[in-house]
Design a protein around this ligand. Structure first.
Ligand code: NAP
Length: 291
């Protein structure tokens, strides 16, 4: 039986780990807070005491943690997965990390004989739990081919964007553009509210008009109703992604004023409600004073 180590059981990782169990894999799990593993253990997962313990004798290691620091810790820390993984193990990093981190991690893990796949994802936690994520892969074609059986349980689309790092470049532009759309939506809705428009009419008209992206359709409903039940993506995570994207832009000698302004709005949202749904931006934008 193929054996996967799954590390990071947050909103996304918990559902992804469950998909491996449902697909008949032997699964070792580790999360910084153990309680999130309880029901996975009841479903047959083996609890590991550390990422190193999880990675012992497995065929693939999949990680889904918050950011660069968490990723570095779970792979390369004192009890990191790389300390025990066999050479030739697939190292599949699904977290959204910075471009430089993806390149550095690939380098360090390859030096230890592991096969690295840059594999950030798009899709909400519900898609993660149902195996319907889109995987944004940066990898050698042969490595991707070899990893297919370990990617199938969690995805319904795999986009091979190029060599290691390319998946992360795409993920960062995708989430930066999402940040700009959501911030711009919040500002437009605040104007409409302040001007006294019927907000149900505004929301319905936006949803059938030219700016009706999936982000605008989804967030306009939640923002107008101030209904953020079931937070799926937090202001803190979106801020992290936008900030990694702007660092990449800077490395590429690009100055992006719209994106910089959006990052400022998300910095304010992160202070206002870091762990709440990013749609709370609607309660932040009107308050920011110019200058
Ligand atoms: P989340 O619910 O906040 O989970 C974050 C995970 O990272 C938890 O398992 C957390 O452990 C772990 N973690 C944080 N800091 C750590 C550290 N220093 N050492 C070890 N583990 C650490 O976030 P999420 O929504 O699942 O997102 C996970 C990743 O997926 C992020 O990179 C995010 O940008 C990306 N993503 C999210 C979505 C989405 O819709 N939510 C969609 C696509 C991609 P604890 O449980 O102990 O806190």
């Amino acid at each position: 039986m193929a054996h996967v180590a799954f590390i990071g059981l947050g909103r996304m990782g918990h559902g992804m780990a469950g998909r491996y169990l449902d697909s008949g894999f032997a699964v070792s799990v580790w999360n910084r807070s153990r309680a999130k593993a309880d029901d996975l253990i009841a479903r047959g997962a083996r609890w590991a005491d550390s990422p190193a313990d999880a990675a012992r004798d497995v065929d693939a290691i999949v990680t889904m943690v918050a950011d660069d620091n968490a990723s570095r810790e779970v792979w390369l820390g004192k009890n990191g997965a790389a300390t025990t993984a066999r050479p030739d193990t697939l190292a599949i990093e699904c977290s959204t990390v910075s471009h430089q981190h993806a390149l550095d991690l690939a380098h360090d893990l390859r030096e230890r004989g592991l096969i690295y796949l840059d594999c950030p994802v798009t899709g909400l936690p519900e898609a993660a739990a149902n195996g319907k994520l889109t995987l944004l892969v940066g990898a050698d074609a042969a490595d991707l081919e070899r990893a297919q059986p370990y990617l199938a349980p969690i995805s319904n689309a795999i986009r091979h964007l190029g060599p290691v790092g390319a998946g992360t470049v795409f993920k960062l532009i995708n989430n930066l553009m999402g940040a700009v759309q959501i911030a711009s939506l919040a500002e437009g809705l605040r104007i409409a509210e302040q001007a006294g428009l019927d907000m149900t009419m505004v929301q319905e008209t936006l949803a059938s008009g030219a700016v009706a992206s999936p982000q605008v359709v989804r967030h306009s409903k939640r923002m107008v109703a101030r209904d953020f039940a079931g937070a799926s993506f937090t202001a803190a995570l979106r801020h992290k992604d936008a900030s990694y994207a702007l660092t990449l832009a800077q490395d590429l000698q690009l100055d992006l004023p719209v994106s910089r302004a959006t990052l400022d709005v998300y910095a304010a949202a992160k202070v206002h409600a870091p762990d709440d749904d990013e749609g709370r931006l609607i309660d932040v934008v009107g308050r920011i004073k110019p200058g």
